[in-house]
Write a protein that binds this ligand. Structure first.
Ligand code: SAM
Length: 290
């Protein structure tokens, strides 16, 4: 540890997660947020925005595989994909593994996050910016969604938490604009927090999804550096059958995709929608409030 330096994440009152810092690799106060990248002996490189852990080189594969392969494999014919946020480009790398994806648009508010990620996160975003299918738009995702006439089969919101620049991406107006951008049967997936500690975030998103989409749900994954247990990924679509695809169909599509994964499997995909009682209660509460 360089001189015992630690970075503390203090998202929840009374809870502090401390990461030892071997070396600060990059630090900048950008137009939108405080950005620090440092190395840690256990999790490798850790990116924090406004004091909140965003991504680490050690466990990014879990979150990025589950945010990308679940909606794309479930959809089965996703050609046009939109990522809102996702500045570290780890999610984009996973989406571009699908040869069937013809176009990936990424709308990120903070150019600095993308710029420094090209240099410091080559571990997991190699080739993204050079891929002819990839289009980067530096803009507020809320404004893009309100103004665009482009349509997408899958929209993935890899945002910060619902405060600061990310707050608007949890609004009903934003979800309504996403619904307008989606092709028939298209699906929206959102970063929706750790329900054991951020229950209201999930209830509110499900409530808003339920007023706009036929099917409002969530699936789960366990990401070590998103402290507090299961992470929920919000799920909204007008195709209610999309999340209950047969395991054989998921397996066929995954085999046809022809790439290796470290977390995602078709069985993990199917099982991820089986929610523990306390999380299902939050989803049902959100639906009932709509
Ligand atoms: N996986 C992380 C998490 O769960 O907290 C998120 C990672 S990613 C780095 C979050 C990205 O969202 C950041 O690059 C941030 O700049 C971007 N972002 C925040 N608000 C945004 C907005 N309104 N429009 C577009 N991008 C936004």
């Amino acid at each position: 540890m360089s001189d015992g330096l630690v970075f503390n994440e203090t998202l929840y009152p009374g809870v502090q997660v401390s990461y030892g810092c071997d070396r600060i690799l990059y630090q900048e106060k950008t137009e939108h947020q405080d950005l620090v990248l440092f190395s840690n002996p256990v999790f490798g490189k850790i990116l924090m925005l406004d004091g909140v852990t965003q991504v680490t080189t050690a466990d990014e594969f879990i979150y990025h595989e589950m945010m990308s392969h679940v909606p794309i494999i479930a959809h089965g014919a996703a050609r046009n994909v939109l990522i809102v946020g996702g500045g570290d480009c780890g999610l984009a790398e996973e989406v571009l593994k699908h040869r069937t994806v013809e176009k990936l648009v990424q709308v990120e508010i903070d150019a600095s996050v993308v710029e420094f990620s090209k240099e410091h996160f080559a571990d997991f975003n190699t080739g993204v910016v050079d891929d002819p299918r990839f289009e980067l738009v530096i803009a507020d995702g809320m404004k893009f969604a309100a103004e665009t006439d482009r349509t997408f089969d899958v929209v993935i919101v890899d945002s910060t938490d619902p405060h600061g620049p990310g707050a608007v991406l949890f609004s009903e107006e934003f979800y309504r604009n996403v619904h307008r951008m989606l092709t028939p049967g298209g699906v929206l997936v959102t970063q929706n927090g750790v329900p054991f500690l951020q229950r209201d975030e999930l209830v509110t998103s499900i409530e808003r999804f339920s007023r706009i989409f036929t099917d409002a749900a969530a699936y789960i994954a366990a990401i070590p550096t998103y402290f507090g247990g299961h992470m929920t990924l919000g799920w909204a679509t007008d195709n209610a059958d999309l999340r209950s695809q047969a395991a054989t169909v998921l397996q066929e599509r995954f085999d046809a995709a022809g790439f290796q994964t470290r977390y995602y499997t078709p069985d993990v995909h199917a099982a991820a929608f089986a929610l523990p009682r306390f999380i299902l209660d939050a989803v049902e509460e959100g639906r009932a409030k709509a």
